[in-house]
Design a protein. Structure first.
Length: 98
């Protein structure tokens, strides 16, 4: 699996809006044929910090995600809400397989 953990630090005044926008992206992303997981995690002791856990069957499916209308709408909507640039860290998913 092609897994990316995207670390996001949102300006505190945009936390609720970020969650709502990401819910829309999540709802569409989990319907993509190559998607295996698309989770939003929030740090309990700092609610402005999030991790997006994105798992796709392969790099091609992950790249296709970034061309979708829902991803592009999310990216453009949340861009000004970031306290710092988001950072994606790439992993190879070993388990579960398939």
């Amino acid at each position: 699996m092609h897994v990316t953990l995207v670390h996001v630090h949102v300006k505190s005044e945009h936390i609720d809006s970020f969650i709502a926008a990401t819910q829309l992206n999540h709802d569409a992303s989990i319907k993509e044929p190559g998607n295996r997981r698309f989770d939003l995690l929030q740090t309990p002791d700092n609610p402005a910090q999030f991790i997006l856990y994105e798992a796709y069957v392969n790099a091609e499916a992950a790249a296709a995600h970034k061309e979708t209308a829902h991803y592009l709408a999310w990216r453009n909507t949340v861009a000004d809400w970031m306290a710092q640039p988001r950072q994606g860290v790439r992993y190879d998913g070993l388990f579960p397989q398939g």
